[in-house]
Design a protein around this ligand. Sequence first.
Ligand SMILES: [Zn+2]
Length: 86
Amino acid sequence: MYEQCPHCGHTYEREPGYFLGALYVSYLLSIPPGLVLVLGIWHFTRWPFDWSVGAAFLAYLPLVPLVTRWARVLWMHLDWHFDPGA
Ligand SMILES: [Zn+2]
């Protein structure tokens, strides 16, 4: 990841630990598809519920890098919206 935007020079990581807040965004982004995966696997396979949770976890793993990136972008937009000056 670049430290600054190559076009406008915007600094992405304003301070140490800046992207910690993106973890909450990532969590919120992951709940709906995770729930759909768990319930879908549980419904269609008739596996025990805890197996379905494990299978959904494994099925969701490839999406984690993508969701992490989206979460960081959303976090930066939220931060910029509420605190554009810093
Ligand atoms: Zn830019």
